[in-house]
Ligand binder design. Structure first.
Ligand SMILES: CC(C)(COP(=O)(O)OP(=O)(O)OC[C@H]1O[C@@H](n2cnc3c(N)ncnc32)[C@H](O)[C@@H]1OP(=O)(O)O)[C@@H](O)C(=O)NCCC(=O)NCCS
Length: 170
């Protein structure tokens, strides 16, 4: 990242009204719905704050999910127990304000999600994302996410791989 950002949980005091990532649905969700989801324990939201201005520069939401084991590729399941499903964490939404795109912040938000998931007491095998279009899918594949054969817009990244790709050597 070229500019200094703080990554922290979303709080009510931060002004979300000017956030604009170029995708209206992601802006609208962040401005009007995310706090309800947090209150209802449907999702948690973490934000990147531009340390110089205090403006919100990016956000992501995370929530518990599970992956039906048969959806995973055989080379993955052969190393897993034969449970019907595998625990995971879903990054429901991820967006960077247009003013801050292409400066490494999207990657930093992904790394933050991976680190928080690794640090959380409930175990998760992988991060899961739903890419809204081919561009988003390309962004996630650039970071090592793999597509499910049955749902090409849903991708996963085992936390063991995330630790190496996104977080680097300890
Ligand atoms: C997609 C998005 C989150 C990327 O954030 P960003 O801060 O611009 O991306 P970064 O600068 O962190 O990019 C990190 C790396 O990903 C690559 N990358 C970024 N966008 C990419 C894309 N669309 N396809 C392929 N690679 C991409 C960059 O080239 C960079 O590569 P490098 O580390 O090898 O130099 C941002 O563009 C955005 O908010 N878009 C609108 C909303 C959206 O599409 N969200 C996706 C969730 S559905």
């Amino acid at each position: 990242m070229t500019a200094p950002f703080r990554l922290e949980p979303l709080s009510e005091v931060q002004d979300r009204s000017g956030f604009a990532c170029g995708e209206e649905a992601l802006d609208r969700y962040f401005q009007s719905q995310v706090t309800q989801d947090i209150r209802r324990h449907i999702a948690n939201c973490f934000v990147a704050i531009d340390a110089a201005t205090g403006a919100l520069a990016g956000y992501y939401t995370i929530a518990a999910t599970s992956i039906p084991t048969p959806d995973l590729p055989a080379e993955v399941t052969k190393r897993l127990p034969r449970y019907p499903s595998i625990p995971a964490v879903r990054i429901g939404r991820l967006a960077v304000d247009q003013k801050h795109q292409r400066r490494g912040l999207g990657a930093a938000l992904l790394a933050d999600a991976a680190q928080r998931t690794l640090d959380a007491p409930p175990a998760a095998y992988a991060l899961v994302v739903d890419a809204k279009d081919d561009n988003a899918s390309a962004f996630y594949q650039h970071h090592g996410f793999l597509r499910f054969a049955s749902q090409p817009r849903t991708l996963f990244l085992p936390l063991a791989t995330a630790a190496k790709i996104l977080l680097g050597p300890a």
